[in-house]
Design a protein around this ligand. Structure first.
Ligand SMILES: [Zn+2]
Length: 431
């Protein structure tokens, strides 16, 4: 049963347009028609209908660290590594029901905030002592069930994890994440792919956790598997200086160079963070057509540093955004931070501007609608027949954007918007 949506405005990469009605079909999950409103259409006065935003990097369970991690460590330096200890404590306590519950809360919030797809970088796999559940994909399936229950489109990025670091076995807090060998991991990935192939909101990808947590031969095997099956390959890289130093010590090259050497750097590769990538690594990313997923709110919270947004932009490296630790879930804030980081760094305004464009907004919306979905192996968000019916309705009467002229609306939403502007969502054509 199709629904005809008749908003005041539609907005996509072609700009704002008035007087259009958009037909969505939950059977196919697609927009089937864009035309003039007819009788029986669902009127959405005071709304602008636009494609939703892709959330390319999430760890849903970390939402439960809210507030918990905002106390200074009792002694010594408080940074990513002390935060990680608190995160491991939480990960160690979760059971299957707890995982599903927190994932539902995270996905419900994402959906109401304006995200219509999520790349869930899922790494809590096994019992606290590291032994698999009767179903070795129990927890991944619970996370998928949570997304389906909330109507959220999910790409489950199954994490491969082998060790604490070069020559160091997994620490007790990491046992839940680990598989004994890469063949066991790939068998779980295959199993998950087979079990979800008919689920309309679900896809699967591979995610070697980081160059620290897997050895080079795992990267080679996972890259070959992704190439054979056309799967996205996501990996944390260049997030922390220590990670780069350890990579140089073990392999004699930096993380992105190691990815290239192992065949893991290509157009389906997504580097999460890239904070400390150097010029050569950024050249490699550009040449490979790989995407960088920045998570500005989390990177700020963890004291990671800044994504080198202008340097990546100048090289034409596609950027996407993610909410990562989910301390705050706000698609517009993540998007505008790409530009605001570039401004703080360059001490200039309107930095991420593509040739022929007036400002950064079209590029930021490409991150939301094209590069983000592409990073997850999903089609581009557009208001056009055949595009996914993953749409959000933003409130034009909200104090934040009331009175903004049509021509400035996209920029106003990106630069001042927040979850409170989003009134309705459709994912796969379902409200
Ligand atoms: Zn992450």
């Amino acid at each position: 049963m199709t629904t005809v949506l008749a908003p005041e405005l539609v907005l996509d990469a072609d700009g704002p347009r008035r007087g259009l009605a958009v037909t969505v079909d939950p059977a196919t999950g697609l927009i089937t028609d864009v035309g003039t409103a007819t009788e029986g259409a669902l009127a959405l006065p005071g709304r602008v209908l636009m494609p939703g935003v892709a959330n390319v990097h999430s760890h849903a369970f970390q939402r439960d660290l809210r507030g918990v991690v905002e106390r200074a460590a009792p002694e010594g330096r408080d940074d990513f590594w002390t935060w990680r200890t608190a995160m491991y404590d939480l990960a160690g306590r979760l059971d299957p029901d707890g995982i599903e519950d927190v994932a539902r809360r995270a996905y419900r919030e994402m959906r109401s905030a304006g995200f219509t797809s999520v790349g869930e970088f899922h790494y809590v796999h096994h019992r606290p002592d590291g032994t698999p559940y009767d179903d070795p994909n129990e927890l991944a399936m619970r996370v998928i069930a949570a997304a389906e229950a909330e109507g959220m489109r999910i790409v489950l990025l199954l994490v491969a994890y082998a060790r604490a670091g070069a020559g160091r076995p997994a620490e007790p807090g990491q046992r839940r994440f680990c598989d004994p060998d890469v063949a066991t991991y790939l068998a779980r990935l295959d199993d998950l792919r087979r079990r979800t192939v008919d689920r309309t909101l679900v896809r699967v990808g591979a995610a070697p956790h980081s160059v620290r947590a897997v050895p080079a031969d795992w990267l080679e095997a996972i890259a070959a598997h992704c190439a054979a099956h056309g799967l996205p390959l996501h990996i944390h890289a260049c997030e922390q200086r220590r990670e780069i130093e350890e990579c140089l010590a073990e392999h004699g090259v930096r993380p992105v160079e190691l990815l290239r050497r192992t065949g893991a750097l290509g157009p389906r590769t997504v580097i999460v963070h890239g904070t400390h990538a150097d010029a050569h690594e950024m050249d490699l990313l550009a040449r490979a057509g790989a995407t960088v997923c920045a998570c500005p709110a989390t990177e700020a919270d963890l004291g990671d540093g800044y994504v080198p947004a202008e340097e990546l932009h100048r090289r034409g490296v596609p950027m996407a955004v993610g909410t990562d630790a989910n301390g705050r879930i706000d698609p517009f804030a993540e998007l505008r931070e790409l530009e605001l980081i570039a401004r703080r760094t360059a001490e200039r305004r309107n930095v991420l501007v593509a040739p022929g464009e007036e400002g950064p907004t079209p590029g930021l919306l490409r991150s939301a609608w094209r590069h983000g979905p592409a990073a997850l192996g999903l089609p581009e968000g557009r208001i056009a027949p055949g595009a996914p019916a993953d749409l959000i309705a933003v409130d034009l009467t909200h104090d934040r954007i009331a009175g903004v002229a049509d021509e400035h609306l996209a920029a106003a939403i990106v630069f001042t918007g927040g979850p409170e502007l989003v009134r309705e969502t459709w994912i796969g054509g379902r409200a």
